[in-house]
Design a protein around this ligand. Sequence first.
Ligand SMILES: [Zn+2]
Length: 106
Amino acid sequence: MTSLVIALALLAALGVSGWRRLRRARLRRALAALPGGSAATAVEIETFVGIDEHLRVRQCPCGGRLDVLGERTEPQGQRVLRVVRAECRNCERIEQVWFDASHAYH
Ligand SMILES: [Zn+2]
């Protein structure tokens, strides 16, 4: 009887962790599909103020607002991309938001 209870508890734990993994993967895909979620969907900005303006209204899929942790520049062929690392105030998820800053640099 005890081993059955342990086996059931183990199965339940495995089910929960599998479900969590699935949910995380789905969230990752949802984030990548958003504008700025990847280099391919980088948000075009004319000036660097555009980054702040976009991040002010951008939401995590959970609905939370984002806090900027840091920025870096990533040249990519003719384009100059600016990548912002941001953390959700609600679920503490860290995401990267991609901006095409080619016009801001020229
Ligand atoms: Zn969130």
